[in-house]
Design a protein around this ligand. Structure first.
Ligand code: 15L
Length: 272
């Protein structure tokens, strides 16, 4: 089993995806430094060390990163919130994560999101270089994260993999997720490949659409998966019979790829 040569720092370790990754990667023998602003809710896995820290505490993040080879940046606000709530963890905290990557010459694996492009309509097909059309302050903080990654590559040579995650839950629960679902297994393998791949290619930064092999995923196409050698193995298709047509009933949510995030606070004349 291949393990990274240096320890891996995982922010947001106590969150839903952080817990999945901490458990799965530790089980494969990875040396993990886990951190979050709230205590780790499970037993800390063998080979891992947990430290309570705020992303906004720059010196703490720098200390945690010492000697690490990769940062898996899953910390921060993970759903839509007012701007003033998002800005601390997702903008200032992101800066500290990138500064740590620069100082330690770590690779950044950034938990970006489909909400960077949420206001593209569902009949559009997007490649990795499509225009950002964020669907809220959360989505725009993820878009900012990707832009920060490009800056840190262009100026400092820090490599990044931006995981534009769809809906990563134990199983799909509605019609939209028949398109956007990413299984926990596919997420784990995506993070492994993002960390272990020899390089992120000549461009330095890669965008990868974080979705499983869903027949209904017709929205997202070209990305950097071949460079890191990842392909999804799981699929939402077995849930089609159960979830087909299980929609929100909101015309704004159903029109756009970002779903309900687009409908929050929507005050433009509703599309017909
Ligand atoms: C995300 O980025 C969120 O973190 C998650 O809670 C889901 O809403 C997901 O996107 C999604 O779009 O389903």
């Amino acid at each position: 089993m291949t393990v990274p040569a240096k320890p891996t720092l995982l922010t947001g370790a106590s969150g839903a995806l952080g817990r999945v990754l901490a458990k799965a990667l530790a089980a494969q023998g990875w040396a993990l430094r886990l951190t979050d602003r709230v205590p780790f809710p499970d037993k800390v896995p063998e080979g891992a060390r947990f430290t309570l820290a705020e992303l906004e505490d720059g010196p703490a993040i720098l200390r945690l990163a010492e000697g690490c080879g990769t940062i898996l940046h899953f910390g921060g606000i993970s759903v839509e919130h007012p701007f003033e709530t998002v800005i601390g963890p997702n903008i200032r905290g992101l800066y500290h994560a990138y500064e740590a990557a620069r100082r330690e010459r770590m690779r950044m694996v950034f938990a970006s999101s489909n909400h960077t492009i949420g206001f593209h309509e569902r009949n559009e097909v997007l490649d990795d270089d499509c225009q950002m059309r964020s669907d809220g302050y959360y989505g725009i903080s993820k878009a900012y994260g990707e832009l920060m990654g490009w800056l840190y590559w262009d100026k400092y040579g820090v490599e990044s993999v931006f995981l534009r995650i769809g809906s990563c839950t134990p199983e799909p629960t509605d019609d939209r997720m028949l398109s956007t679902w990413l299984s926990h297994g596919d997420l784990t393998r995506l993070v492994e490949r993002s960390t272990l791949a020899e390089s992120t290619g000549r461009a330095g930064c890669l965008v990868i659409w974080g979705v499983s092999k869903n027949a209904r995923m017709t929205w997202w196409r070209k990305d950097g998966r071949e460079t890191i050698g990842w392909a999804p193995q799981d699929s939402a298709d077995p849930y089609i019979a159960k979830l087909d047509g299980k929609a929100s009933g909101n015309p704004v949510a159903e029109r756009y790829q970002g779903g309900s995030f687009c409908a929050l606070d929507y005050s433009r004349k509703a599309p017909t």
